[in-house]
Structure formats: C-alpha cells, structure tokens
Design a protein around this ligand. Structure first.
Ligand code: HEM
Length: 220
C-alpha cells in the first residue's frame, strides 16, 4: 500500500499534469484551430515558414494532442487492473503517435526551431530520446519484460511531459523578466534534462509492484 504523502504527491503531480494538458489543448485550439489567432506561425521568421514546415507543425500539434490524451489513464494501477483493454488501446495510440508522427515532425521542426543552435540541439535531443525510450518500452512488453516496460515508459512519458513543464518554466521565467531568447532555451533544456532526471529517480527508487504484472495483457 502507498504511504499517504506518496499518494498525495502522486495525485498532485497527476492533477498538475492534467491541468497542463488542458491548457496546451486549449492554447493549441485557439492558436491553430479553425479561425485561430495564428500567433506562433506569424512570429516565425519568413524564411522558415514554408508550406512543408506549416504542414509539419499542424500534424505535430494533432499528434501532441493524441499523445497527451492517450497517456492520461496509463499510470493508474486501478484502471489497469479494472479495464486492461483501455491500457492496451491508449498504449497503442500513444506509441503510434510518438513514433510515427510526433517525433518525426518534431525533429523536422527542430531544424528551424527558436533559440539558435542550443534550441535546435535541445529539440533534437528531445525527439531522439522520446523516440528511443518509447521504442524500448514497446520492445520490452513484447518480450514479456513488465518491469522493463514500466521503466522505459516512465522515461518516455517524462520526456513527452516536457511539453507541459516547458510551458511552466517559460511562463515563470517570463514573469522573472528573462529575455525571450534565453527564456526559450533555458525552459527547453531545463524541462528535458529535469524531467529525464525525475524519471531516473522514480525508476530507481520505485518498489517492484506485487499486483501489476498479471493484469497486463500481452500485445497481440
Ligand atoms: C505531447 C507532446 C508534445 C506536444 C503536446 C507538443 C506540442 C507542440 C505545440 C502546440 C507546438 C507549437 C508551439 C506552441 O504552441 O508552443 C510545438 C512546437 C514544436 N515542437 Fe512539440 N509537442 C510535443 C512534443 C514534442 C517533441 C517530443 C518534440 C521533439 C522534437 C517536439 C518539437 C517541437 C518543435 C521543434 C516545435 C517548434 C518550435 C520552434 O519552432 O521554435 N515537440 N509542439
């Protein structure tokens, strides 16, 4: 059984993540949806604003939304035990959106991302690390390695969650008066490296679950 502080910590983190997801979905809809403001695209320097870049961005945003929605139920042990098929469906949607759409488009967008070399390198690192950790999460479950699956998907999720933490740092640094270029790069690197460090801390200290394993169905 979880201790009360751990349960409170986990619930708070999950609620924070959930609120962040809603905020991203709402902002994306307002900026990129039908009749949207188009601020992000308008602010991009003209040379980078090619039709291919705009297409990549639009596809990336839809994949990001799918990915955020699909990962929300994945870390609930009770949902996993009660509705294992939900875990399997959301897992497939998450993996497909990360591997086939989010990372390839993200890596393409990274080539002309804000923040100069440091910005591009940060997004490239994020794209490659998200791709590899998710792939490893699939390989482990296909090989029947449940603990490995948990570890790699925790890492994958932490990296994807940098979409949320990035925005938190970005707003905080904005209010702290950091110039936009420094803010963008600092928020990016802090969210990627910070989230990766938190994931490592979690996978190394987490006790082995007793009831988790039998509930996970095999992926056909
Ligand atoms: C669920 C995860 C993700 C979501 C929800 C998401 C969402 C978005 C959104 C909404 C934008 C438009 C900019 C904005 O409104 O701030 C964007 C831009 C971008 N995203 Fe993602 N993204 C995710 C993951 C990733 C990953 C894994 C990469 C890795 C390469 C990535 C790379 C980029 C890049 C390079 C840009 C353009 C930045 C620029 O031009 O300065 N994203 N993303």
């Amino acid at each position: 059984m979880h201790s009360v502080p751990r349960t409170i910590l986990l619930s708070t983190a999950w609620l924070g993540f959930f609120a962040g997801c809603l905020l991203i979905l709402d902002n994306s809809y307002r900026d990129f949806g039908p009749g949207g403001e188009g601020v992000f695209i308008a602010q991009k320097e003209e040379s980078a604003r090619t039709p291919l870049w705009i297409l990549s961005l639009r596809i990336h945003i839809v994949a990001g939304a799918v990915c955020l929605l699909a990962c929300l139920p994945q870390f609930s042990g009770s949902l996993l035990r009660r509705i294992p098929s939900l875990h399997r469906i959301c897992g497939k949607a998450y993996a497909a959106s990360v591997l086939f759409v989010l990372c390839p488009t993200g890596i393409h967008l990274a080539l002309s991302a804000k923040g100069g070399l440091a910005g591009r390198a940060g997004f490239l690192l994020l794209g490659i690390a998200s791709f590899l950790t998710t792939l490893q999460g699939i390989r482990t479950i296909r090989g029947g390695d449940l603990q490995g699956h948990r570890r790699w998907m925790t890492r994958s999720f932490a990296l994807i969650a940098s979409a949320v933490t990035f925005r938190v740092y970005h707003v905080a640094f904005f209010h702290a008066g950091l110039p936009e270029d420094t803010n963008y790069v600092a928020s990016l690197w802090l969210s990627v490296l910070g989230n990766a460090a938190v994931a490592e801390w979690i996978v190394r200290r987490r006790p082995e679950p007793r009831t988790f394993s039998p509930a996970i169905p095999s992926i056909p």
